[in-house]
Design a protein around this ligand. Sequence first.
Ligand SMILES: NC(=O)c1ccc[n+]([C@@H]2O[C@H](COP(=O)([O-])OP(=O)(O)OC[C@H]3O[C@@H](n4cnc5c(N)ncnc54)[C@H](OP(=O)(O)O)[C@@H]3O)[C@@H](O)[C@H]2O)c1
Length: 248
Amino acid sequence: MTNNIEGKVVVITGASSGLGEATARFLSAQGATVVLGARRADRIQSLAGELTGKGGKAIAVATDVTDYGQVKRLVDAAVQACGRIDVMINNAGLMPSSPLERLKIDDWNQMIDVNIKGVLYGIAAALPPMQQQKSGHIINVSSVAGHKVGPGSAVYAATKHAVLALSEGLRQEVKPYNIRTTVISPGAVATELPDSVTDPATAERIRKFYAEVAIPAASFARAVAFAITQPEEVDVNEILFRPTRQEL
Ligand SMILES: NC(=O)c1ccc[n+]([C@@H]2O[C@H](COP(=O)([O-])OP(=O)(O)OC[C@H]3O[C@@H](n4cnc5c(N)ncnc54)[C@H](OP(=O)(O)O)[C@@H]3O)[C@@H](O)[C@H]2O)c1
């Protein structure tokens, strides 16, 4: 392992677009085996085919992270195919933000199910094999919204604050197993995330904001690679980055 990425088995949820897809491409190009999970099976299958065609190793497993059984199946597929799991990236998430007074309860439930429970299920699926191996790396995706709350983003911010709390608790608990933990909090990055906003006024505001400041998804992939490529005794626990022009 020359770059500490080559040969690693990396499971990525939400690999069908945006940050997850960019990370899969970046890590695959550096010799990782990537195991891709998302609901849109056609997208992850075609990405796996593309990466394999370039000489990489990639597996696609249709996964809804709100179902623990499906997340376990994703991790099990990695362990069965490769004999181990080195990195679990709990990236799947959505952001249907709106002011609380709109009472978009379905959106609230979806954010809680995907952004919080999905991360927990990823931890639950990856922990047992990593504990057995006495090695591993769990990377959770929070947000600037995990550090700041603005009007219209209360529920999304709450889910991302939860990811920070879970990551810190996890960090402290997995020391005996030699498992590293990283939580990455991006600012505005150009992905399909704004498409998940269902409230028209909020969608318009967020689209305009992203059009003005968002940076490419490769910025996130490089942050992931930075954490993974550290020597095994170095545990990068938190990364917060924004577009240089982003104020909040
Ligand atoms: N882009 C940003 O500015 C930004 C900033 C801070 C944090 N983040 C976080 O980054 C993560 C990735 O988002 P993104 O920006 O890359 O947005 P994106 O392009 O919309 O990608 C979201 C990914 O999550 C997956 N996903 C959603 N619901 C899922 C479910 N129930 N089961 C499995 N996968 C599911 C989607 O796949 P399917 O629809 O195919 O299932 C997709 O691959 C999210 O956690 C987001 O909150 C993004």
